[in-house]
Write a protein that binds this ligand. Structure first.
Ligand SMILES: NC(=O)c1ccc[n+]([C@@H]2O[C@H](COP(=O)([O-])OP(=O)(O)OC[C@H]3O[C@@H](n4cnc5c(N)ncnc54)[C@H](O)[C@@H]3O)[C@@H](O)[C@H]2O)c1
Ligand SMILES: N[C@@H](CCC=O)C(=O)O
Length: 555
C-alpha cells in the first residue's frame, strides 16, 4: 500500500513475465527478425551522454561497441565521458533529488510498472534484438534477460518496495503513534554495470531510483546500446529526465579517471555494482581511501564473479545431470556469472556405454555455434577479443597442468569471437581451470571416487574464493541433505536437481557471498534496504507538561 495525499493505494498484483518461445511461424519470431534487420541496417547508432535532462555530445575520440558475432560491424559508437562531465552529472542528479524523493511512491512505482509494460510490449523485439546484436545472445538468452527479467525487476521491485514501506513498528504505547519512514540515501548513487545482462543494468539503476534515489550510471562499454535503450524506455515511461545521468565511457584510463572523480565527491552515498571481483575490490578500496570526505557512510553493494560447481552423486539421474551441465556451462557461452565451470562426477558413473562421459560428449557434439541472427544455434560468440584470448589461454594452462581436452579447445575469431564448447578432464582438482573465473564456455571435470562423497563436498567448498552458485544432482535424500550442510557457505544460489543458472526474480533472489559479492539479493526486498535510510518517527498525542516522574516524588 502506498500513501498519496488522499488515499492509500494498493499496487496491482505482479507475476513473472511469461516467455515467448519464438517458434518458427510465430508472430514474435517475425517481429524479432524485423527488429534485427532494422537495427543492423541502421547501425552504428551514436549514443550520447545524458546529463541534467539533456543529451550531451561528448567530443573527442569515439569508441565502438562491435557486434560480437560480426565484429567488423559496430552496433553503436559513443564518446568518452570526462571527469568534468561526471562532476556536472553529480550536480544535476543532486539538484533533481528534492523533487524526486518528494514524489509519492505510487507515482514512482507507476513509472516503473509502465516501463515494464513497454519492455514486455512495444519494445520487446527491439530490446531483445539490441541485446542479441550487441552482447552476442541468441534469441532465448535475450528473451529471458532483456524482456522477461528486466520487466520482472521493475514490476517485482515496485511490489517489494511497497512491502518494505509497509514494514512498520508493531508497538504503540497509549497516546503514541510510531512510524518508520524509508528515506532515500542523502546524496547520489553510482551504478557501474556489466555487459552480460541488459536486465542487470536496468536493475542497478532501477532499484535505487524506485526508492527515491538519484543516480549517475556508467554502463558497460560492451552493453552501451542496450543500456541506452533501457534508459530511453524509462524516460518514455515518465521518469523525470534528470533522475538518472547516463555516462558512457570506454574501459581503461578514461573509466578510472571518471570513477575517481565520482568516488571522491562528498555526496557519494552508494555504489551499485555488478562485474568482476577484482574491479569491485578496487572500487571498495577507493571508497575506503575517501572515507573522511563523505557526508555519510556509503552503501556498497556489489555482485561479482563466480566459479560455480555441479556435484553429481552416484544416485543421480545421469541424463538430467548431463543436461544441467551442458545448459549450465554453455548457454550464453558460459558468460553468466552463474555459469557452471567445475563438474564433479563419481567414477562409477563416468566411463562406459551409456555413462556420463559418453552422453556428455555426444550431446556436446550436437551443439552448433554461429551468428545470433541464425536462430538455430545453441551458442554464439563470446563478447570480445580479450575474452576469446582468455578462454584459449586457459585451455593452454589446463593442458600444461596435465588436463586432457575432451571436447572443443579451439576457436575462430576471424568474423565473430567463437570459442568451441570446451570440456577438460583434470586429475588435479586445484588446477587453474578449476579455480579461476574464465567467463567463457570452458568446463572442467574432476572424477572423484564413489566413496569420497563427503570429502568431495569439502573439496568443492574449499577450492575457490567464490561462493556464487552451485548445484547437486542426487536421488538419495540423505546424500542431498549431507551435501546441503557441507556446502552451506559455498553458494548463495544452490540448486537440487537443477542447473546452476537461471535464477528468476521473485523466485530465487540472486547473489553470492565470499569473493562473489555482498549478497544483497537482487530480485528480492533485501536489495531495497541498502538504498534507504530509515527514520523512526514517534508522535505523542498528549505530551507531558511537567518533567518529574512519579519516582521523583518524596515518600
Ligand atoms: N554476481 C552477479 O550477480 C553477477 C552478474 C553478472 C556479472 N557478474 C560478473 O561480472 C563479470 C563480467 O562482467 P564485465 O566483464 O562487464 O565485468 P567488469 O568488471 O569488467 O566490468 C563491470 C563494470 O565495471 C567497469 N570497470 C571495468 N574496469 C573498471 C575499473 N578499473 N574501475 C572502475 N570501473 C571499471 C566496466 O566498464 C563495467 O561497467 C564476471 O566476473 C561476472 O561473474 C556477476
Ligand atoms: N541471474 C542469472 C545470472 C546473472 C549473472 O550473470 C542466473 O541466475 O543465471
Amino acid at each position: 500500500m502506498s500513501v498519496s495525499t488522499n488515499a492509500i493505494f494498493k499496487l496491482p498484483t505482479v507475476k513473472n513475465e511469461p516467455n515467448f518461445n519464438y517458434a518458427p511461424g510465430s508472430p514474435e519470431r517475425a517481429a524479432l527478425k524485423k527488429a534485427l534487420a532494422e537495427l543492423e541496417a541502421a547501425a552504428p547508432f551514436e549514443v550520447p551522454a545524458f546529463v541534467g535532462g539533456k543529451e550531451v555530445k561528448v567530443s573527442g575520440e569515439r569508441t565502438e561497441q562491435p557486434m560480437p558475432h560480426n565484429h567488423k560491424k559496430a552496433l553503436c559508437t559513443f564518446g568518452t565521458s570526462t571527469p568534468d562531465l561526471a562532476s556536472q552529472a553529480i550536480e544535476a542528479a543532486l539538484a533533481a533529488q528534492p523533487e524526486w524523493e518528494a514524489m509519492p511512491f505510487n507515482d514512482r512505482a507507476a513509472i516503473f510498472l509502465r516501463a515494464a509494460d513497454l519492455i514486455s510490449g512495444k519494445y520487446r523485439a527491439k530490446i531483445c534484438a539490441a541485446t542479441m546484436l550487441g552482447q552476442g545472445k541468441n534469441v532465448w538468452q535475450a528473451e529471458i534477460d532483456a524482456a522477461a527479467e528486466l520487466a520482472d525487476f521493475f514490476r517485482f521491485g515496485a511490489a517489494q518496495v511497497e512491502q518494505l514501506y509497509a514494514m512498520q513498528p508493531t508497538e504503540n504505547s497509549p497516546g503514541v503513534w510510531n512510524r518508520t519512514e524509508y528515506r532515500p540515501l542523502e546524496g547520489f548513487v553510482f551504478a557501474v554495470t556489466p555487459f552480460n545482462f541488459t536486465a542487470i543494468g536496468g536493475n542497478l539503476v532501477g532499484a535505487p531510483a524506485l526508492t527515491g534515489n538519484v543516480l549517475v550510471w556508467k554502463p558497460s562499454p560492451m552493453a552501451t546500446y542496450a543500456s541506452w535503450l533501457v534508459f530511453q524506455i524509462l524516460l518514455e515511461a515518465g521518469l523525470p529526465k534528470n533522475v538518472i545521468q547516463f555516462l558512457p565511457c570506454p574501459n581503461g584510463d578514461a573509466t578510472i579517471s571518471l570513477v575517481d572523480r565520482v568516488l571522491s565527491h562528498r555526496m557519494f552515498a552508494g555504489l551499485h555494482f555488478t562485474g568482476s571481483t577484482h574491479v569491485f575490490r578496487h572500487l571498495w578500496q577507493k571508497i575506503g581511501n575517501n572515507i573522511n570526505n563523505y557526508l555519510s557512510y556509503p552503501r556498497i553493494v556489489g555482485e561479482t564473479g563466480g566459479k560455480n560447481f555441479q556435484l553429481v552423486h552416484p544416485s543421480a539421474n545421469v541424463r538430467a545431470a548431463v543436461t544441467g551441465a551442458i545448459r549450465g556451462a554453455f548457454e550464453y557461452q558460459g558468460q553468466k556469472c552463474s555459469a557452471l565451470s567445475r563438474l564433479y562426477v563419481p567414477r562409477g558413473l563416468w566411463e562406459g556405454e551409456g555413462k556420463f562421459k559418453e552422453i556428455l560428449l555426444s550431446e556436446t557434439a550436437k551443439i552448433t555455434l554461429g551468428p545470433v541472427t541464425e536462430f538455430e544455434h545453441f551458442m554464439g560468440p563470446v563478447i570480445s577479443q580479450a575474452s576469446f584470448d582468455k578462454c584459449l589461454s586457459y585451455v593452454e594452462k589446463a593442458k600444461q597442468a596435465g588436463g586432457e581436452v575432451l571436447a572443443g579447445g579451439k576457436g575462430d575469431a576471424s568474423s565473430g569471437y567463437y570459442v568451441e564448447p570446451t570440456i577438460i578432464l583434470t586429475k588435479d582438482p586445484r588446477s587453474p581451470t578449476m579455480v579461476d573465473e574464465i567467463f567463457g564456455p570452458v568446463l572442467t571435470v574432476y572424477i572423484y571416487e564413489d566413496d569420497q562423497f563427503e570429502e568431495t563436498c569439502k573439496l568443492i567448498d574449499q577450492t575457490t574464493t567464490y561462493a556464487l552458485t552451485g548445484c547437486i544432482f542426487s536421488d538419495d535424500r540423505a546424500a542431498t541433505v549431507k551435501a546441503g550442510a557441507l556446502l552451506r557457505h559455498a553458494a548463495g544460489n544452490y540448486y537440487i536437481n537443477d542447473k546452476s543458472t537461471g535464477a528468476v526474480v521473485g523466485a530465487q533472489p540472486f547473489g553470492g557471498a565470499r569473493g562473489s559479492g555482498t549478497n544483497d539479493k537482487a530480485g528480492s526486498m533485501s536489495i531495497f534496504f541498502r538504498f534507504v535510510q530509515a527514520r523512526s518517527v514517534k508522535e505523542s498525542f498528549s505530551p507531558p507538561e511537567s518533567f518529574p516522574y512519579p519516582s521523583n516524588q518524596r515518600d
